[in-house]
Design a binder for this molecule. Structure first.
Ligand SMILES: C[S@@+](CC[C@H](N)C(=O)[O-])C[C@H]1O[C@@H](n2cnc3c(N)ncnc32)[C@H](O)[C@@H]1O
Length: 368
């Protein structure tokens, strides 16, 4: 099925309506299908166009890569003759994605790269640059998926590609973003309750005594020092540093009301160090291999899990317009979100439904 034209184009809209009529959605009319826990077989250009504005909380998707596979014959997405045509096909879908996400929503778009005649095209970045030109969307992060087991290739004068970007776009500044939910497992290793011993903070008590602080200031400093020691022992704070007027170098920079003011007013400041590991724009995972899988390009469940946790709440609707084997829906279900999926191939939808019906509720942890 070939679709040309712009979404604001009347002819195009009439065409979409006609196409929608052809989509058989479990016997129900195409215009009133449920967005909750449903999968539609059809061209996502058509199905997306029928969704209401601002109706989806999160979109995670990976369109067919450029000249990689034939999912729908020679005319489907990914089989365009030029890279510019391919990017235009992606943008058409991307614009619909932007339209249908809520103001609090985000879109995670994964695009793969391609060598043509030995030349790396940088396809993901060509897409991201064009997508950024859309006035109603912002690129929030480029999260790099580092593949621990990339596909081996017999290339002599090239390194093996092992990275792929996931671009996170938002429609407004109110997008849902629970940063600490991303790679949450890392905190388990850094936030352990500590056996810190009795010497913790001892040197600071000595320094307070020999400082030029007033008696009142010394008393306050010792009180706050005792409190932070308790917090470290309880495991709420990883460690701390104390700066005392006249003994330590003054902090530079910062704003009025910051540490410098605390030192000036109280004679000291305590800097608490939290053990939460930094959340970086980088995720490691193996390329997925599922027993009995019939789909050639499956998302790693672990990556999708981390995005869904960070970018949505329970009961939110998560959409994948290129659902394939159903990974986004499977993980959404496991995390108590609602899923809505689209794929042009009935056999993939049947496989996706089988995965959804049989999935366990186990949250995946990374181990290398
Ligand atoms: C890269 S795969 C997505 C795989 C998916 N992320 C997974 O975990 O299995 C792309 C999917 O898009 C589907 N597809 C291709 N063109 C489509 C279109 N116009 N509308 C909807 N789905 C399409 C293909 O059938 C294929 O399953």
């Amino acid at each position: 099925m070939e679709i040309t034209g712009n979404i604001t184009d009347i002819k195009y809209n009439v065409f979409l309506k006609e196409e929608l009529k052809k989509i058989n959605i479990n016997g129900s009319s195409a215009s009133n299908f449920s967005l909750e826990n449903n999968i539609i077989c059809g061209d996502c250009n058509v199905v997306l166009a029928s969704l209401p504005d601002d109706s989806i909380d999160l979109i995670i998707t990976s369109p067919p890569y450029f000249q990689q596979r034939e999912y729908c014959g020679k005319t489907g997405i990914g089989n365009e003759e030029s890279i510019d045509e391919y990017i235009e096909s992606l943008l058409k879908i991307f614009r619909q994605c932007v339209r249908v996400i809520k103001k609090t929503g985000t879109i995670v778009f994964n695009v793969g790269d391609k060598y043509i005649n030995g030349n790396l095209l940088l396809v993901p970045y060509r897409f991201a640059i064009e997508a950024q030109k859309e006035s109603n969307v912002k690129l929030i992060n480029e999260v790099i998926w580092h593949k621990i087991n990339p596909t081996p290739k017999q290339v002599v004068k090239k390194l093996i590609p092992s990275n792929e970007p996931f671009f996170i776009f938002a429609k407004t500044n109110d997008y849902h973003f629970n940063k600490n939910a991303f790679l949450e497992y890392k905190d388990k290793f850094s936030n352990k309750k500590k056996n810190v011993g009795n010497d913790i903070g001892k040197k600071y008590f000595g320094l307070i005594d020999k400082s030029d602080l007033s008696n009142e200031q010394k008393e306050l400093a010792k009180k706050e020092l005792n409190e932070v020691i308790k917090e470290v022992k309880a495991g709420n704070v990883d460690s701390f540093r104390m700066k005392i007027k006249g003994l330590h170098a003054l902090p530079y920079g910062g704003q009025a009301g910051g540490r410098l003011t605390q030192i000036e007013n109280n004679g000291f400041t305590i800097i608490k160090i939290y053990g939460n590991s930094m959340r970086m724009d980088f995720i490691e995972s193996c390329v997925e291999s599922i027993k009995g899988n019939i789909h050639p390009a499956v998302f790693p469940e672990f990556i999708i899990q981390e995005f869904i946790k960070m970018l949505s709440n329970e009961n939110d609707i998560v959409l994948d317009p290129f659902l394939g084997s159903g990974t986004t829906a499977v993980v959404a279900k496991k995390l108590n979100r609602k899923y809505f999926g689209i794929d042009i191939h009935q056999e993939y939808i049947e496989y996706a439904n089988e995965r959804i019906n049989n999935c366990d509720t186990e949250i995946m942890e990374m181990f290398v």
